[in-house]
Design a protein around this ligand. Structure first.
Ligand code: HEC
Ligand code: HEC
Ligand code: HEC
Ligand code: HEC
Ligand code: HEC
Ligand code: HEC
Ligand code: HEC
Ligand code: HEC
Ligand code: HEC
Length: 466
């Protein structure tokens, strides 16, 4: 510690706060030169006093964890920041003025210190704080994940500049924690556009929001963000993609726009009455238990496991509302950020609409976990052809061979009945033979139509999709 701080501690001891601050001020004035004070024009006396000790290179404190916490705050950076009019004590209200700087305080680790300061922004930024409370990051913090970001991980409170200033993309606060995704993003269409032209293309927060960040593959938030910028996209796809709305519901945008990505089917547990994905109730990890049991065979959940899971969720007040809905996704977060220019996008219907298409060989099942992120489990890909996954199969009925709308009727049976799977299978086969044949004929006609429409596209896009 240097001499000015030592002197300061003497003044600090055992006096009411205002006197302490006056003391600090006097101290500050005596130690800080004239030029520095001019720059501090807008700062309060109290803050100036704090800085008389803290604007020192090399002022540090060793924490219990062995980490070294730098205590230097630059007056210049502070007076140039958006917080120049805030007092240090607006945020640091918990310092004990009697002992501060004199008695060593015990701090476990850097992270504990940051966590301890986490409520300091709320009073002045209520709206952002409320948005943040609703985020996956806040849920992670609540659940005890110390790596998730707090306000001050994304905004340095002592140097914060206007967020309207356009900075290089590498300065997005998301980059330091989601490094692999950032790397992918910086090379994709939006990253390139952003580097070349600045603000028009989205950075991370442009698609995910900065504060109310939600788990990406749950809900429709990201898709809505895409379509909010690409207002013409639905119409542009309609020119060649039949039933575009259905495709957009069942396929996440990167599936076609990240041409090199691996794809998979994700079965999402869905409440058909509330029309939203189901979340695991906190403290009732039904899904996890069941799925772990299924996983223990290391082959993924099979048809029966899926079926009994659904049944269990429905018995538990679900009243037959719980369904599984299929959605095509890319298989990793990195791949979701490898969007290519439009000429490379998947246009070939055959990529998906053929027997054994690669995307349908890998299947997962997800439900929203307590922090809002999806809990994922492997599923045997045969379930796509099976009875149990009827709702997802209905979704994918145009794909492959004999999967048809008949499965809508099956749904009723399995959800309400306590029928065993094989029994349901036989009964239904008999019951709906006629319906099935009719639908099959319709399906073939539709597929032929579709192929005709698509053939131009196929030729046009052959290179890109290989
Ligand atoms: C807008 C709120 C806010 C204001 C104003 C503020 N601080 Fe901080 N300060 C914080 C937060 C939050 C942390 C914890 C940040 C972290 O751990 O990265 C912190 C950390 C610190 C630290 C520990 C070192 C560090 O950088 O983590 C010191 C020293 C400090 N502040 C001093 C000051 C002084 C001196 C002032 C006035 C000139 C001031 N602070 C003004 C919010 C504020
Ligand atoms: C007399 C010099 C002095 C003054 C004035 C001073 N500090 Fe400190 N400050 C220190 C020293 C020394 C430490 C390290 C204490 C330790 O090792 O435990 C410290 C530590 C801190 C820390 C780290 C957390 C902690 O509790 O140890 C923060 C934050 C901080 N000061 C903020 C402030 C603020 C805000 C003010 C003005 C209200 C202020 N300081 C005034 C000397 C000072
Ligand atoms: C005492 C009130 C106060 C507290 C506490 C406070 N801020 Fe601020 N903050 C302000 C003011 C005032 C501005 C300037 C607003 C303006 O001019 O638009 C500001 C601006 C900001 C900006 C820049 C906004 C922009 O327009 O780009 C960010 C980011 C920010 N604060 C983050 C934080 C964080 C993080 C914390 C907690 C560590 C915090 N603030 C605590 C008062 C406060
Ligand atoms: C995960 C990173 C992250 C976290 C955590 C975060 N922010 Fe932000 N914040 C951003 C980004 C990025 C922006 C830039 C503007 C945008 O895209 O919305 C921003 C913008 C702001 C702004 C300026 C908004 C405006 O529209 O003028 C304020 C104020 C702010 N944040 C305060 C906070 C507060 C308070 C917290 C904690 C409750 C917080 N931020 C947590 C990343 C974050
Ligand atoms: C153009 C819009 C867009 C931008 C920009 C964007 N993302 Fe994403 N992000 C997505 C999409 C789409 C997904 C996958 C959602 C899905 O499954 O449907 C995703 C998924 C994610 C995921 C979840 C990955 C997982 O394992 O499931 C994270 C984390 C993420 N993004 C972080 C970021 C970060 C950090 C940045 C900035 C470097 C960023 N994103 C930029 C659209 C975007
Ligand atoms: C301090 C580190 C940190 C920062 C900064 C940060 N994140 Fe996160 N984020 C995490 C952690 C930890 C998780 C949970 C583990 C995971 O899913 O990767 C997470 C999860 C996510 C998820 C949910 C992943 C999923 O499964 O869908 C998204 C989306 C996300 N972050 C986006 C962002 C965006 C956008 C930013 C910047 C505005 C950002 N993050 C900044 C640490 C961070
Ligand atoms: C079935 C595959 C597929 C899906 C799903 C898909 N796209 Fe496309 N998209 C394409 C193809 C192929 C093109 C190029 C069409 C052309 O050039 O004629 C394209 C073109 C675009 C373009 C450029 C439009 C133009 O003409 O300038 C945008 C923007 C776009 N898509 C956004 C999206 C968004 C957002 C989503 C998700 C809501 C999405 N796409 C889903 C295949 C798809
Ligand atoms: C903040 C607005 C914004 C958001 C959000 C956004 N984009 Fe873009 N996107 C742009 C801009 C700007 C460009 C570059 C100019 C252009 O080609 O339209 C672009 C380019 C593209 C292209 C390349 C088009 C071409 O001509 O080759 C595709 C494909 C695309 N975006 C898809 C998406 C998808 C998918 C999402 C969501 C996951 C998304 N965009 C979200 C603004 C946005
Ligand atoms: C990336 C995979 C993919 C590509 C490429 C694709 N589709 Fe599809 N298609 C699907 C999926 C998944 C569904 C199931 C949608 C649902 O009903 O849930 C579907 C559904 C359909 C349907 C039935 C829609 C309805 O009314 O329910 C038709 C018809 C169709 N696709 C035709 C085409 C044609 C023609 C092309 C090429 C121009 C094409 N698809 C390209 C995946 C794809």
């Amino acid at each position: 510690m240097n001499s000015s701080c030592a002197a300061g501690t003497m003044i600090l001891s055992s006096r009411p706060k205002s006197f302490v601050l006056a003391g600090m001020l006097a101290l500050a004035l005596s130690f800080v030169g004239l030029t520095a004070r001019a720059a501090e024009g807008e700062m309060s006396k109290e803050s100036t006093a704090c800085l008389s000790c803290h604007d020192k290179q090399g002022l540090t404190k060793t924490l219990d964890s062995g980490e070294v916490l730098s205590l230097s705050i630059s007056t210049t950076a502070y007076t140039e920041s958006m917080h120049k009019k805030a007092d240090c004590e607006d945020c640091h209200s918990n310092l004990d003025s009697k002992t501060h700087g004199k008695v060593k305080s015990a701090i476990k680790s850097k992270r504990e210190f940051t966590l301890g300061m986490r409520e300091s922004c709320r009073d002045c930024h209520k709206k952002k704080a409320t948005e943040y409370d609703d985020s996956v990051h806040a849920a992670l913090i609540k659940a005890g994940n110390k790596k998730a970001p707090l306000c001050s991980d994304c905004h340095n409170p002592h140097t914060v500049r206007s967020t309207k200033i356009v900075t290089p993309i590498a300065e997005t606060p998301c980059a330091k924690c989601h490094e692999a995704i950032f790397k992918a993003y910086s090379k994709d269409v939006h990253g390139h556009e952003r580097i070349a032209k600045g603000i028009s293309a989205p950075l991370c927060a442009g698609c995910h929001q900065a504060h109310a960040v939600k788990a990406a593959s749950m809900g429709e938030g990201v898709k809505d963000a895409c379509l909010a910028c690409h207002k013409e996209a639905v119409n542009q796809h309609k020119d060649w993609l039949p039933n575009t709305a259905r495709h957009f519901d069942a396929i996440s945008c990167p599936v076609c726009h990240a041409p090199d990505a691996k794809r998979r089917v994700n079965l999402r547990l869905y409440d058909s009455t509330a029309k939203r994905q189901v979340a695991e109730k906190t403290g009732v990890p039904k899904f996890e238990n069941r799925a772990d049991a299924g996983d223990s065979k290391a082959m993924g959940l099979d048809e029966r496991a899926l079926w009994s899971l659904l049944k269990e969720f429905n018995q538990d007040g679900g009243d037959g509302k719980m369904l599984l809905r299929g959605r095509l996704e890319v298989s990793s977060g990195v791949e979701a950020h490898q969007l290519a220019e439009k000429s490379k996008a998947i246009k070939d219907c055959d990529t998906c609409h053929r027997q054994g298409a690669a995307a349908f060989q890998s299947v997962t099942l997800t439900i929203a976990g307590p922090d809002g992120r999806p809990l994922r489990h492997g599923v045997q890909n045969e379930v796509l052809n099976s009875l149990t996954s009827m709702e997802s199969v209905r979704g994918f009925y145009a794909i492959g061979s004999t999967r048809i709308k008949l499965l809508d009727y099956l749904l009723v049976l399995v959800v309400f009945g306590a029928l065993s799977v094989p029994l349901a299978h036989m009964t239904v086969k008999r019951l709906f033979k006629g319906v099935r044949e009719k639908l099959e004929a319709e399906r073939l006609a539709a597929a032929q139509d579709a192929n005709k429409q698509a053939s131009t596209g196929n030729r046009h896009d052959d290179d890109a999709s290989k």
